[in-house]
Design a binder for this molecule. Sequence first.
Ligand code: NIG
Ligand code: FE
Length: 415
Amino acid sequence: MRILLTHIQELLQVRETPIDKVSGAAMAVLPTLKNAYLVIEDDLIADFGLMTDLKEITYDQKINCDGRVVLPTWCDSHTHIVYAGSREQEFVDRINGLSYEEIANRGGGILNSAKNLNATSEEEIYNQSKKRLEEVISQGTGAVEIKSGYGLSVEGELKMLRVIKRLKENYSLPIKATFLGAHAFPTAFKENHQGYIDLIINEMLPKIAAENLADYIDAFLETGYFSVDETKQIMEAGTKYGLRPKIHVNQFTAINGIKACVDFDALSVDHLEIVTDEDIEVLKNSNTIAVALPSCSFFISIPYTPARKMIDAGLPLALATDFNPGTTPSGNMNLVVATACIKMKMTPEEAINAATINGAYAMGVSDTHGSITIGKKANLIITKPISSYYQIPYAFGSNLIEDVIINGVITSKQS
Ligand code: NIG
Ligand code: FE
C-alpha cells in the first residue's frame, strides 16, 4: 500500500540524518520543508521532499494536504491511562480549599484510586482504558507509555499490567509499560515501609518479569512517599530484571532524588516542578532526560517545571501529559504543547521538539518514532488548514487535527 501526501504547506521535524534527541539551544531549531510531499509505503515513511522535486510515481491513495501542516504524531512518554473510575469529588474539594496533600492524607488521592481499581474487574478496567487510549490517538498521540501504580497489591499491579499488555496487543501504536508498584504505601504498610518494598521486590517483580509485563520501573520519589534510599532499592531491583528506571521526582520538594536517578542511569526523571541548580548540574552529561508535565501544574496549581532555565543550561527536555485521575485528567498533548509555550515560555519549536523526538527518547522509541525520517514509522498528524504551525500552541482551545495516521493507516476522520 502506497499513500502519497502532496502540497503539504509545511512538513515539520524533518530529520534526514536520524537523531535520538535534541538538547539546549538545538531545541529552538525545528527543521521543516515548505510545499512538500511525503510517501508512505505500508507502515513506513518511504520518501519526502519538495513538491518541485516530486517524480512521477504510482500510488494507491493520494491526499492533497494543501494549506495543511504535517508532523510526526506526539510521543507521550508519561501516562497513567489505565485506571478505574475518576476523582472529580477531590477536584471539587480542592476548589473548596483542600490541598492535594490534605486530600491524600485523609485517604484520598492515589489510595482512593487503588481502592477503586482493586474493586473493578480486569475486563471493566480494559474497557475504560481503551476509550481513553482511543481518545488520545484521535488527539494526535502516536506512541504512549502507560504506568501501573493504582494496584498497590500483587494482584492489583498484575491486573493493571495485564490490561496494558492487552492494549499493546490490540492497538498498533507503540505502548511501553512501566511498573509503578512504588506509587504510594498502602494503608496496611503505613508504618512498615520495608514490608511493602519487600513485597514489591520479592513478590511483584519476579511475577512481572516471568510474564514479561513491564519495560521500565518507576517510583514516586517524594517527601511523604518513597525516600531516596527506598527508591534506590526499587531501582536496583528493577535494574536486575532489565527494567530501566523512569522516576517521578521533584514534584513538590527537591531532596537530591535526581542524583540517585542519574546514578542508576534512569532513562527519564519526570515532573521536576521544583529544581535546584545542583539538580541541573547532575543532569548535564547524563543520558537521563527531564520530562515536564505542564497539564499537571495547571490542574493542581503547582509551579511549572523551569524549562527556560533547564534548556538554557543545555539540557534536553521532553513534554508529556501525565494523564491520570488525580492530577491530570487529560491526555491531550496539543494542550500540553500550548501550555508549555504559554506558561513555561518555550518557543513553538522547542515545544514541538519536546513533544515529538524528545518524547520518543524518554520512552525508548526514538529510532522508530518522533521525526520525519525515511524508514521511521508513518505515524503522522495532518492538521486542518491553518496559517502556520504557530497555530498549534496559539489556538489552544481548538481542535486543529484533521487526520491521524498510525503505521500508515488513517485512524480518524474528524469533522
Ligand atoms: O504523576 N505524582 C504521582 N503520581 C501521579 C498522580 C497520582 C494521583 O494523584 O493519582 C502524578 O501526578
Ligand atoms: Fe505521573
